[in-house]
Design a protein around this ligand. Structure first.
Ligand code: COA
Length: 166
């Protein structure tokens, strides 16, 4: 086959086909950039199972992206952010937070592709294990993680306190 007619192999050829038959270009999974953050926050604030707190301001999220360059991801459909995950590490363990896909784009493999991409990136920089935090009662989320090879550490509990009393 001549080079110019060879099909281009996309890494994630996910095409959006809508009930009216409209077909859109493949969705792209991209590194999260600072100018994605408003759209990302909008997605998270509308997603069940994602809990936002005082660390989810634009300022804190910008600092997180600076500290963990290239690891967090978004999925775009045109201008709209339809999926996102925060990925970072502390030099020893990786962490994924706030994995979310808009309901109408779920069950096409986007969530798992974002997770696998994050794990590959963590592995490439020498991080051997990754943790996630899941709200108790998030059954959909729990099923997703367990079916994708994640296991609950029943020997550990997460404990937390604020760094200052303010
Ligand atoms: C969890 C979440 C991110 C998964 O996103 P998603 O894009 O639907 O994930 P995937 O498509 O990769 O996988 C979801 C299911 O669809 C199935 N699937 C994937 N591609 C499919 C396809 N082409 N056709 C049919 N099913 C498919 C997968 O097998 C998977 O099934 P399982 O969960 O029973 O194993 C999404 O449900 C979500 O945003 N939930 C709310 C937020 C949340 O709970 N986040 C996790 C806690 S931090």
């Amino acid at each position: 086959m001549p080079a110019q007619t060879r099909p281009i192999r996309l890494r994630w050829p996910t095409v959006s086909v809508f009930p009216n038959g409209e077909c859109r270009m493949p969705l792209s999974i991209l590194p999260m950039a600072e100018n994605d953050l408003e759209g990302v926050l909008a997605l998270w604030s509308e997603t069940e199972g994602v809990g936002l707190n005082e660390s989810d301001t634009l300022e804190h999220l910008r600092a997180y992206l600076d500290r963990n360059p290239g690891l967090s991801l978004v999925v775009r459909d045109g201008e709209q952010i339809i999926g996102a995950v925060l990925c970072g590490h502390d030099g020893r363990r990786g962490y994924l937070n706030h994995l979310a896909v808009r309901p109408e784009y779920r069950k096409r493999g986007l969530g798992s592709q974002m997770v696998e991409t994050c794990l590959a990136s963590l592995k490439s920089i020498g991080i051997l294990r990754c943790n996630i935090f899941l709200f108790a009662g998030n059954d959909l989320g729990e099923q997703f993680w367990k079916r994708h090879g994640w296991s609950q550490r029943s020997d550990l509990q997460v404990m937390q306190r604020k760094c200052s009393s303010e």
